[in-house]
Design a protein around this ligand. Structure first.
Ligand code: PMV
Length: 330
């Protein structure tokens, strides 16, 4: 499915002058979570996952090859160093290898995602970077190849190359060419809202990369992997039927099962704060009162509630009133 650059592409790319190329991608929210890898180096997931790409929260990346001694990375106007710069440089190495090029690159990214809200902008950043860097390097990648490339930067970035409801397939191949995102439904298929309750804007203590590695110490990890196919099937059917309750229930289950893996790990890995738990109870209370809203939580303490458009302001108000919630975002 993934198109390899042809020899001609490689020759053309190698000889080309390099204009700056820009691309934009949006963040996504996992409804059936990715939590664990079958190959660390290639970011191949132990299970498939399903997400919803969110409108309005995006990252724009621009890339120009040539004219620099070393890769330079600017994030929101500030020169990046340390781990961030290394991560981008490694990603550019993947692009250079695919394109048969050697020049260093100038990279700039701009994000419309507020910081510290737990909507990892890295997914959008690496999806945008995959598109901008591959084009700048002279590669014309189809969506599957683009997804496989974005995956190398951040697993969840594999899903941000597409809009709407997206499934990232686990794949079977050792080279990961079949571990790519596929569209399940376009953005206009079903208009939903996500309400984010921010319970802490402190930087996260344990990255998803580290958290996933640590999951192997949990006796619940094999059960998590074994249950994934059933969750994926349930979510696909719910999306097809536009059944919010069915989708919400499986999303809640997937999130809580992912966190249960951490609770039973050694030492335990608990991303929640008190307000995280309170928000979940508030979401369940809303449901009991007749407002369909469903909670999901990623590798951090924020709670994201999935609901219909008509209920978004009620859900935002309810979560905003929970003690310990710093702010809400719809
Ligand atoms: O793509 P990463 O390495 O940032 O991992 C993402 C992990 C979760 O957000 C918790 C789940 C997911 O599927 O996005």
């Amino acid at each position: 499915m993934v198109r390899e650059p042809s020899q001609r592409d490689r020759r053309q790319a190698a000889g080309m002058a390099a204009p700056a190329t820009s691309a934009r991608a949006n963040v996504n929210l996992a409804l059936v979570k990715y939590w664990g890898k079958r190959d660390r180096a290639l970011n191949l997931p132990a299970t498939g996952s399903i997400s919803l790409t969110l409108d309005g929260l995006s990252v724009e990346a621009s890339v120009a090859f040539g004219g620099a001694e070393a890769d330079r990375v600017e994030i929101d106007g500030v020169e990046a160093g340390g781990d961030e710069a290394v991560r981008v440089a490694r990603f550019l190495d993947v692009v250079r290898t695919e394109a048969g090029r050697r020049e260093r690159a100038l990279v700039a990214t701009r994000s419309t995602v507020p910081r510290g809200i737990g909507l990892a902008s890295s997914a959008a950043a690496f999806a945008a970077l995959a598109l901008a860097a591959s084009r700048a390097a002279g590669l014309a990648l189809d969506p599957s190849a683009l997804s496989a490339l974005a995956r190398r930067g951040s697993g969840s970035a594999a899903r941000s190359v597409l809009g709407g409801f997206v499934e990232w397939r686990r794949g079977e191949r050792a080279d990961g060419r079949d571990s790519v995102a596929e569209p399940l439904a376009p953005p206009d298929f079903w208009d939903l809202r996500v309400v984010v309750a921010v319970t802490s804007s402190a930087p996260k203590a344990v990255s998803s990369r580290a958290g996933m590695e640590h999951a192997a110490t949990s006796p619940f990890y094999p059960a998590w992997v074994a249950g994934a196919e059933a969750d994926l099937a349930e979510a696909r059917a719910a999306i097809r039927a536009r059944d919010l309750e069915a989708l919400g229930l499986v999303a809640e289950h997937s999130a809580l099962e992912m966190h249960a893996v951490g609770l039973a790990a050694r030492p335990p890995l608990v991303y929640w704060r008190a307000a995280t738990v309170e928000c979940m109870h508030r979401v369940w209370a809303l449901r009991a009162e007749g407002t369909p809203a469903f909670a999901t939580i990623d590798a951090g303490p924020q709670v994201k509630a999935l609901c219909g458009t008509a209920d978004a302001s009620r859900v935002a108000e309810a979560l905003g009133a929970v003690a310990g919630v710093e702010r809400v975002l719809v």
